[in-house]
Structure formats: C-alpha cells, structure tokens
Design a protein around this ligand. Structure first.
Ligand SMILES: Nc1ncnc2c1ncn2[C@@H]1O[C@H](COP(=O)(O)OP(=O)(O)OP(=O)(O)O)[C@@H](O)[C@H]1O
Ligand SMILES: [Mg+2]
Length: 409
C-alpha cells in the first residue's frame, strides 16, 4: 500500500529552457518498481547567457513557471529540488583512499572509512565538491572489486572519482531555486544527471560515450566497466547551428530556431532538392522562399563540425577503443531527423538517440525527448535518494540507476 504523499523535483536550468520534472517519493512501493514521474514543466530560459546566470530575478521566474506547470500536472506541491550545474562549471578528478584491514576481513565500516579517506582531498580555492563516488575497490592491490564487504585482505583501497564545481556558479544556481520558493537539496553535474536517464547498465559496462548537445555547449561523458573514464565540455551546441541559419538565410534567430525545429534535418542528401520553404518574416516581402536543402546544408556543416570536435576529444583522451557500446546522443541539439545518421558517419560506431525511458513510469510520454533527459535524471536521482533513506531494501531499484548509492553528495 502506498503511504505518505510527496514528490521531489529535478530542475534543469539550461541555456535555452528551464525544465522541471517531479518524481513520486511516496513510500510503500516495491523496491523493483520503476520510479513514477508525476509531472513535467518547461519555460523559456530567462536571465541566462550561455551558461552564466545574468539575471537572478528573471531566472527565478522561469523556475517558478516550470515547477508550477509540473506541479499542476502532478497534482501535488513540492518542496525539495535537485538542480543541475552545467558541465562547463565542473571538473572531475581521481583520488585514492587507503585503509588497513586489521581483522583480515573487510567490513562495511572499512568501506565507509576508505571512501571518507578517498574524498578527503585538499579544498581548491573557489571550488566545492559536489560528488565523490567510488569507482572500484582494491584489496591488496587486486583491482576491479565492486563490493569488498566480506572479502579477505589486509589493505583496502578506494579509487574515487571527485567532481568539483565553481563555487560562485553553484551559489547562483542554488540562489535561483531558493528565491523561487523551493529548497535546493543538491547540485548535480548536468551530464551526470542525463546519464542516469538515458544510459543502460550494459552500455556503461561495455563502454559508451554520452554526447549531450545542448544549446550553449556539448557535454561528453565516457563510461566503461561502470566507471567514469572521461568528462569534457565543448563550448558549442545547438545555438551556433541556429546562429548559422540566421546568418545564412538572413533571418532573425527566433525565426531561424523556428525553421530549424520545423524543417531542419541533419543530412542534406536526405532532402528533396526541389522542396522550398517560406522564410519570410518582419522586414521581408511575403513569400520569400529558399530551398530546404540549403537549410539542411547549413545544419549539416555545423553539426558535423561539432561532432567532429567531440571525436577529436575522445581520440585525445585515448578512449575511442573503449567504446564497445558506441555513442548515445542526447540533448535538444540532436532532435533533428538524421542526426544519428550523421553521427554514425563521424564516429564510425553504433549510435543511438538517448531518450529518457529507463526505469520510469507515469507521465513517460511527456518526458520522452532528449531535451528533457537532464531534468528526468535529476528527478530520478532525487527520488531514489529520498526513497533509499526511507525504505529499507531499495537497493536494487537504486542500483539500476547506475549505482549511485555508493556516492555521497
Ligand atoms: N524540436 C527541435 N528540433 C530541433 N532542434 C531542437 C528542437 N527543440 C530544441 N532544439 C534545439 O536544442 C537546443 C537546446 O537543447 P537543450 O534543450 O538540451 O539545451 P539547454 O539544456 O537549454 O542548454 P545547455 O544544456 O547548453 O545549457 C537548441 O539549439 C534548440 O534549437
Ligand atoms: Mg542542458
């Protein structure tokens, strides 16, 4: 029986839109049941330039709009919010913790301590730790251990992944949520939240690159053997594609975005060369037309360049041969038809579009777009965390979410 009431919201303050997703946190469910999403809301980004907060009041209003929409759909009010922080403000690093195991058998107390030791890294000026999780354990030098409790050995090590965020940016994003009347519970690196919503366990195990093309930037996360191997942010996304269209066709950026969403496609050769589209707007004579092929050409050129830079990033990081499961594309920037085809040609490996669907129930169709993946991931993280605190035995459901139970915020 379901007892209690409540929901938790993930709020993704992106460069083009603010998106809120509410997940059910009621207790009394089966541990294996999917997490139920109750509502989703979205508002045009205000007070954000690229990824920087430029107007707290305007951004606050956008959060209120998005969360109220989600609350209306959910039929409940929320208090607590998990917030994304753009990848550009985050840095990942590795750290090692070591403890002695006196009784020759690892206990959960040793595990807790080795994690604490591993994350006791010197604070960097102007940065704060937002995540620290153990990627794997080592016992007497033997690596690849997922859960060392009960194993024999004398020396336990933790291989920790530490994520820090720019303190000023963290304050700004938290302040926006606080001012909008909700309680900011935790900041989550945006692409990490996306990964929770779109990557499956087999992909993380085999090796996968999550490539999230947003508005202002493109985030890349690489996983293999369930460990985060590499994280990077490139300062280009769908907004440069829009700008190219505006320049190339001599239209406003607003009109360019409209044309891109309505007629855009990522492969020029997939378009009928004779097809024309109306690009007239204020200041133009009515009925101004260009070929749809030209629009596709502009889009293809820029997307190909962005994806090519992602390829170079993966090559430089030396992880190209670790991607057995290929590439998963997400973010609103991959919504144009044939983007996956283009990416297949660039990466020369399997590519799929990552739409949130894993382990969720409820208003699934309303969130089924790569543009909502970050907000869904935030809601999943928030709900799983809140339920694991309340519900003994939630570990299986939580483990499906990528093993973040091993993690501290
Ligand atoms: N239906 C659509 N068809 C094509 N492109 C779209 C569509 N909807 C959104 N986009 C594009 O997706 C991009 C925005 O992606 P997304 O919503 O993931 O970004 P964001 O989270 O606001 O920004 P960022 O993550 O960079 O802070 C924009 O360039 C937008 O034009
Ligand atoms: Mg985004």
């Amino acid at each position: 029986m379901i007892q209690g009431v409540g929901g938790i919201a993930g709020v993704d303050i992106g460069s083009t839109k603010t998106c809120a997703v509410i997940a059910d946190t009621r207790i009394g469910r089966e541990p294996d049941e999917p997490l139920t999403l109750l509502g989703v809301g979205s508002a045009r980004a205000e007070g954000i330039n690229k990824t920087a907060v430029t107007n707290v009041e305007a951004a606050t209003q956008a959060v209120r709009t998005a969360v109220s929409q989600a609350e209306a759909m959910a039929g409940c009010e929320i208090e607590t919010v998990y917030i994304s922080i753009p990848g550009a403000y985050t840095k990942t690093s590795r750290s090692r913790g070591v403890v002695a195991v006196p009784g020759n058998e690892v206990t959960s107390a040793h595990v807790k301590r080795v994690q604490e030791v591993g994350q006791a890294v010197p604070a960097l000026p102007g940065r704060e730790m937002i995540h620290a999780w153990c990627q794997e354990y080592l016992i007497d030098g033997r690596n690849g251990i997922e859960d060392p409790v009960g194993m024999a050995g004398t020396r336990l090590e933790s291989d920790m992944c530490i994520v820090t965020a720019d303190s000023a940016a963290s304050r700004d994003f938290s302040k926006i949520v606080d001012r909008s009347g909700y309680r900011p519970e935790a900041l989550v690196m945006a692409p990490y939240a996306t990964a929770q919503a779109v990557l499956n366990d087999a992909e993380r195990e085999t090796g996968v690159a999550l490539v999230e093309v947003g508005g202002a930037s493109t985030d890349v996360l690489v996983y293999e053997r369930n460990c985060l191997l590499h994280a990077a942010t490139l300062p280009w996304g769908g907004s440069v594609v829009t700008r190219d269209i505006a320049r190339g066709l001599g239209v406003t950026e607003e009109k360019a975005a409209h044309l891109k969403h309505r007629f855009g496609t990522a492969r020029r050769d997939a378009v009928d060369a004779k097809e024309q589209i109306d690009v007239s707007g204020p200041g133009h004579r009515v009925g101004r037309r260009v070929s749809r092929e030209l629009l596709a050409h502009i889009i293809e050129q820029r997307l190909d360049e962005i994806l090519g830079l992602v390829y170079e990033e993966l090559e430089e990081a030396g992880v190209l041969d670790r991607l057995g499961a290929g590439v998963v594309l997400s973010g609103g920037g991959v919504l144009m038809p044939d983007t996956d085809e283009l990416a297949r040609a660039v990466f020369n490996m399997p590519v799929r579009i990552g739409t949130p669907s894993l382990g969720i129930a409820g208003v699934v169709e309303s969130v089924a777009t790569p543009a909502h993946a970050t907000a869904v991931g935030l809601a999943l993280i928030g709900a799983a965390r809140s339920r694991s605190g309340m519900l003994v035995g939630a570990t299986r459901a939580v483990a499906r979410l990528g093993g973040w139970l091993r993690e501290f915020f």
